[in-house]
Design a binder for this molecule. Structure first.
Ligand code: SF4
Ligand code: F3S
Length: 112
């Protein structure tokens, strides 16, 4: 079992999650983060820290797409362990449906 980042993170990218993860298993894309399912110890402390509720346990139904995306991109994007500056317009995207189709970017972030 693992926790996963879902599309609610896209273009919000608040990064409160990275500050609390005891095993530093977040990886940074251009406009979202993912979790490495192989490293996550399933502690759950990141889940309530995320303002748009983008982090979910993989025991929830219908998250197969996000498990694949987290597993794939955690191998491609750089590790992030410190909270950076969230996008200035993050609030505008908080709660918006269909963000994956509109805005997903496979480009890496800078990591930290
Ligand atoms: Fe890190 Fe725990 Fe969240 Fe997994 S559940 S990503 S180990 S804080
Ligand atoms: Fe994304 Fe939430 Fe972390 S918006 S960066 S999963 S705090």
């Amino acid at each position: 079992m693992t926790f996963l980042v879902t599309d609610a993170c896209i273009k919000c990218k608040y990064m409160d999650c990275v500050e609390v993860c005891p095993v530093d298993c977040f990886y940074e894309g251009e406009n979202m983060l993912v979790i490495d399912p192989d490293i996550c110890i399933d502690c759950g402390v990141c889940e309530p820290e995320c303002p748009p509720e983008a982090i979910k346990p993989d025991t929830e139904r219908g998250l197969e797409q996000w498990l694949t995306l987290n597993a794939d991109y955690s191998k491609k994007w750089p590790n992030i362990t410190r909270k950076g500056t969230p996008p200035a317009d993050a609030k505008e995207f908080d709660g918006m449906p269909g963000k994956f189709e509109k805005f997903f970017s496979d480009k890496p972030g800078t990591g930290s």
